[in-house]
Design a protein around this ligand. Structure first.
Ligand code: DGL
Length: 261
């Protein structure tokens, strides 16, 4: 492994871009290979073994492409497969996102809290351990079945309707909202339209800091003075998704999708 190699980062689709955006703020000169597995989206309702299988395929792809570390930018994949992957591929580091529930404990313990995440994350052992360790006894766990799917689709009208139906019962009743799926930071404004003024908790800035610490510790920080290269790969070869991705990270869009190796 050497410092000039890329960082692999993946999600079930475009959601992980919210994690990459935070990483780019503090590690702009690294190269990245982003894998959007939109052909198999959503992960939220898949079984553990289906998710392990998807993750393995993506990890093998990153290893073939010499990635120096791997970022799991999907809460569901982290909750279900991070331990499995760490055990199976023990010579590469995995940095895994998780819902920022500890942050609520640290900074806003006394406030009513809504945790939004996929059903897979909320039902996982890993999340339950986190939840019971930092429980503020004023928390509602809301499995948002199908939400990541419509964010992936990008249909604003469907998103508004979904939130109107599912979030309305919590209007005025919660002040903290944990964005426990990496797709959800993309719809913060729409969530506020229904819930009003709330404080969002997102694990991505912490993951970014942790990633930098790991790279420093392992002497894998890229010290070249340049803007890093970002390669986008989408398992359903969706050019529109690529455009959206580069728009969000504010980097120039170059036509044509990379093929999988
Ligand atoms: N973005 C994902 C997460 O953080 C997965 C959403 C899905 O595919 O269901 O959980």
């Amino acid at each position: 492994m050497n410092s000039n190699e890329a960082i692999g980062i993946f999600d079930s689709g475009i959601g992980g871009v919210t994690v990459l955006s935070e990483i780019l703020k503090i590690l702009p000169n690294e190269d990245y290979i982003y894998y959007s597995d939109s052909k198999h989206n959503p992960y939220g309702d898949k079984t553990d073994s289906e998710i392990n299988q998807r993750c393995e395929e993506i990890v093998n792809f990153f290893i073939k492409n010499n990635c120096k570390v791997i970022v799991i930018a999907c809460n569901t994949a982290s909750a279900k497969s991070a331990s499995y992957l760490r055990e199976k591929y023990n010579n590469i580091s995995f940095i895994a996102i998780e819902p920022a529930y500890k942050m609520v404990y640290d900074y806003a313990y006394d406030k009513p809290t809504l945790v939004m995440a996929t059903r897979g994350t909320i039902e996982s052992e890993k999340f339950n351990l986190l939840y019971h360790t930092y429980d503020n006894y004023k928390t509602i766990l809301l499995p948002c079945v199908g939400l990541a799917d419509i964010i992936e689709e990008g249909n604003k009208e469907k998103i508004r309707k979904y939130l109107e139906i599912h979030l309305n019962p919590y209007k005025g009743k919660v002040s903290n909202v944990v964005l426990g799926c990496t797709h959800y930071p993309l719809i913060k404004n729409e969530i506020r339209e229904v819930l009003g003024e709330v404080t969002f908790f997102n694990g991505a800035p912490y993951l970014a800091k942790h990633l930098r610490e790991i790279l420093e510790e392992k002497n894998l920080i890229n010290l070249e003075n340049k803007v890093g290269k970002i390669t986008f790969i989408d398992s359903s070869n969706n050019e529109e998704k690529k455009k959206r991705f580069f728009n969000i990270i504010k980097r120039p869009f170059i036509k044509g999708l990379k093929k999988l190796v």
